[in-house]
Design a protein around this ligand. Structure first.
Ligand code: ADP
Ligand code: ZN
Ligand code: ZN
Length: 817
């Protein structure tokens, strides 16, 4: 009897590919193991076994496999099912899911390049002959392809050798070579060496007689370093000595203290005491009780808890219970940037049981976490991760927490699979029989709708922890302010006055502006021309710090021109404004104060993000200007005032979710204010003070917003009442894209009638010299999603068969965001 396996290859293939195996291999192989198999002319790929069987593929002759790569499955049965679900729901191939789901180090192929790991410590005696040969060859030649390695080793089955060298941390493979792990740094200080001697010490204390605050810092430093002479964190020193960062800085400037940045490995927990979780207050206690109760009968619960209500502490209690049962927990966050604050919080409670997983980690670290999760190791009971961590090989998953569940970054744009991690997490939970908790201060309309319709249970938490007051929210009508000439640049007199007062009281200010850059567009006052990107259909954005015009889509940039490129006029002015412009105006208005800016441009550097947060937390910055980035989940203690520079740029965004998103963004950024006893203040500057969303934000009326937006969604046929499929055509040939889109739209209309919208060019219709055109398909609730997809798939097959459209690519996005 012949034996076969079906293999999932890391390629966009419609079907599994079948290979022939021997009787012995059939007895050994199980689904989830890796095999090296030939595919195409002469390439070797790593694939995963999906099934072992005895059915001849018939249409083609099954080739034998090259090699078995694992002793045990690397992918679990649940994962294979999950991949299938993702592929079928999001209309992509399992091969594409596979690529997103396992660390690329698991996927050696013949094009893979291998090179020595930098700073590898190699114990040559521990290498086998083959391993040593390859190691030696790599010292002569910096990178090698699989084919070259086959020649050097003079054998065909080299993948196992490479795999072992990867495991022994001698070599690295491909893609990952350029990727760097981004360590987290923290600022430490210690006493300068010249004060080691006791005499010098006494002289120093004498010198500081007249600077009691500085002396206090030094004494605190002594008490903190009494046991060992290790450097002390600036943040703890400042807290313990009750001194501002300014005092510490003065000591650094005087050379009394020496400053260091120390890298704290995220992945390693440096011991320390594990603390017991905080005792919950009665409202948290009640919410916890309700969640636990709902979990007795339901699988998914939405926790709607206002900002600073203490949701994280509730998660902690739930996590503790699950961990005590020996099960695993997945804690999903929308963004890497948010993980730093949370990791240290969870490590306080769960110590080295916490593992972190995201793309900024090096391949070795990712492989390590993957293995730990697969083996249900003690080191990975609580996994914190961004969206891709839903693909980890959980052995026994008990709970998934999706924090900030409303965030759109949970949706993957590109490449396929274009999944939504929150929605996929709900499916993952049911595959594992695990509970799923969605948490947010501003739930998405979809999730809240599900909770209202008994798909999820709903728990409310309406009090801030410690009964801290919610900030007062005030609307500033800037149309009126302009008319009365009470604007200075982009600041109303009201906002300026409050900034001034806040700074005078030694408190901090956050200013939110939706765009980065200085001002999105330069415009000629004479002819109206504004410089365009040559590759994309967008105007270039002015960046003042380097006097450049830049494209935010493709990175194209040029020096700022003094004259209009079209008519030569020197009368050029700026239209709209971004974070950099706000920062520049502030610097002129408040010269004595420290102003920081947080956006994509300033956080690009290695520790950019953490440095700005730390500086703001430590009180070295008085004002922080930022984009979306500052809205998310950060817990700052000393912020009294939040200013939203311009609500209209959010509200006018051409998207059916624009209003919902504006509400979420504004309330989230407002939530950064007044997290201690003193009530915070939020000022919203807008040209439309009566806009219903602005009103609803100012009165914190989630219920009204929900009701009104839901009604609009019903009326205009959008989610949650209709499902959406967006079909995007892309190509370099403008007319082909156009013709293709028309053809597709006509075919779709034959089946779906008025529920097909478009084709239409998106707001930016050309990116990197490719033209884009969209068709939107709306699917009523009673229409079968599965059948709809089948029809779409059929139409696409006919489309692909048309020669003229060969150069046009089609991208399908289910539930587009
Ligand atoms: P949320 O995530 O709901 O915005 P957090 O969990 O960040 O709120 O809590 C807000 C603040 O209140 C945090 O500084 C947190 O440490 C504090 N806090 C919350 N619950 C407790 C508790 N039970 N005991 C002490 N402090 C708490
Ligand atoms: Zn001009
Ligand atoms: Zn461009």
């Amino acid at each position: 009897m012949p034996h076969f396996i079906n293999v999932i290859l890391p390629l966009p293939l419609e079907k599994h590919f079948t290979y022939s195996i021997t009787q012995a291999e059939a007895e050994f192989l199980r689904p989830g193991m890796r095999v090296a198999v030939p595919f195409g002319k002469s390439k070797i790929y790593t694939g995963f076994v999906a099934a072992v069987h005895q059915e001849d593929p018939k249409i083609y002759e099954a080739k034998p496999i090259e090699q078995i790569l694992d002793k045990e499955p690397l992918v679990t049965g649940v994962q294979l099912k999950f991949w299938q679900w993702i592929a079928s729901y999001y209309m992509c191939t399992e091969g594409e899911v596979l690529r997103a789901a396992v660390p690329s180090a698991f996927l050696l192929e013949s094009e893979t390049k291998v090179e020595l790991l930098k700073d590898a410590r190699v114990d040559e005696d521990s290498l086998t002959d083959d391993e040593f040969l390859l190691y030696e060859a790599l010292q002569r030649q910096s990178t090698m392809k699989i084919n070259e390695i086959i020649q050097v080793l003079d054998k065909k089955t080299v993948l196992p050798v490479i795999n072992r060298l990867v495991e022994k941390k001698v070599v690295v493979v491909n893609q990952e070579i350029y990727e760097q792990y981004k360590p987290k740094t923290e600022r430490y200080v210690r006493l300068h060496e010249r004060y080691q001697e006791e005499d010098a010490m006494h002289r120093l204390l004498d010198d500081l007689q007249r600077a009691p605050k500085q002396k206090e810092v030094i004494f605190t430093l002594f008490s903190l370093t009494a046991k060992d002479k290790k450097p002390v964190k600036v943040s703890s020193l400042s807290k313990e000595s009750k001194s501002s960062a300014g005092v510490i800085k003065a000591l650094i400037d005087k050379n009394v203290l020496k400053e260091h940045y120390i890298q704290t490995q995220r992945i390693q927990y440096e011991g320390g005491q594990v603390e017991a979780p905080l005792a919950l207050n009665e409202y948290q206690e009640l919410a916890l009780e309700e969640i636990s109760q709902s979990f007795e009968t339901e699988n998914v619960c939405l926790l709607h808890g206002i900002t600073s209500s203490g949701k994280t502490e509730i998660y902690v209690q739930l996590i503790e219970k699950v961990v005590a049962e020996g099960k695993q927990v997945l804690y999903l966050l929308p963004e890497i940037a948010l993980t730093a604050q949370l990791i240290s919080r969870l490590q306080n409670y769960f110590g080295d049981k916490v593992a972190v997983f995201h793309s900024k980690y090096s391949v070795n670290e990712r492989v390590e976490v993957y293995q730990n999760v697969l083996n249900n190791s003690e080191k990975a009971r609580v996994v914190i991760g961004v969206r891709s961590s839903i693909f980890l090989p959980f052995a026994t998953l008990g709970l998934i927490v999706v924090d900030e569940e409303h965030e759109s970054t949970f949706k993957q744009y590109d490449p396929a699979p274009r999944y939504h991690a929150r929605d996929a997490a709900v499916v993952l939970g049911s595959l594992h029989n695990a509970k799923v908790l969605l948490g947010s201060a501003t739930p998405s309309l979809e999730s809240y709708f599900n909770a209202q319709h008994a798909k999820y249970s709903l728990v409310n938490l309406n009090r801030r922890y410690g009964d801290v007051l919610l900030p007062e929210i005030e609307i500033v009508d800037i149309k009126e302010k302009h008319r009365k000439k009470r604007m200075t640049g982009h600041f109303s007199d009201r906002l300026l006055g409050e900034i001034r007062e806040t700074l005078e009281n030694g408190e901090q200010v956050i200013l939110f502006q939706n765009r980065r850059g200085f001002s999105p567009v330069m415009e000629c006052n004479t002819c109206g021309h504004s410089p365009q990107c040559p590759n994309c259909d967008v105007s270039l954005t002015f960046h003042s710090h380097n006097n450049q015009l830049r494209c935010h889509y493709c990175g194209y940039h040029m020096a700022l021109q003094q004259k209009c490129m079209a008519c030569g006029s020197v009368e050029i002015s700026t239209k709209g404004f971004g974070t950099e412009k706000v920062e520049t105006e502030l610097k002129a208005l408040f010269p004595g104060h420290k102003i920081g800016r947080m956006d994509l441009d300033t956080t690009r550097g290695k520790h950019g993000y953490e440095k700005i947060i730390a500086a703001f937390e430590g009180g070295e910055l008085n004002i922080l200007v930022g984009t979306q980035m500052i809205t998310k989940g950060l817990d700052f203690r000393n912020v009294r005032l939040v200013g939203i520079m311009n609500a209209d740029s959010l509200l006018n965004f051409p998207d059916f979710r624009a209003h919902e998103r504006s509400f979420q963004l504004m309330l989230q950024v407002a939530g950064r204010a007044g997290r201690t006893e003193k009530q915070g203040l939020v000022l919203i500057q807008t040209y439309n003070p009566h806009h219903q969303i602005v009103q609803q934000v100012s009165t914190n009326s989630f219920a009204d917003m929900y009701k009104e937006q839901l009604e609009e969604r019903r009326q205009y046929k959008y989610p949650p009442f209709y499902r959406l499929i967006r079909i995007t055509l892309k190509g370099r040939d403008y007319s082909r894209v156009n013709e293709g889109a028309d053809w597709l739209a006509v075919s779709l209309r034959n089946s779906f009638k008025e529920n097909v919208l478009g084709p239409e060019f998106p707001p930016v219709a050309r990116i990197r010299n490719e033209y884009y055109k969209n068709i939107l398909l709306k699917i009523p609730q009673k229409q079968s999603l599965g059948k709809t997809k089948q029809v779409v798939e059929k139409i696409l097959q006919s489309f692909r068969a048309i020669g003229g459209f060969k150069s046009v690519r089609v991208v399908i996005n289910i539930d587009p965001y």
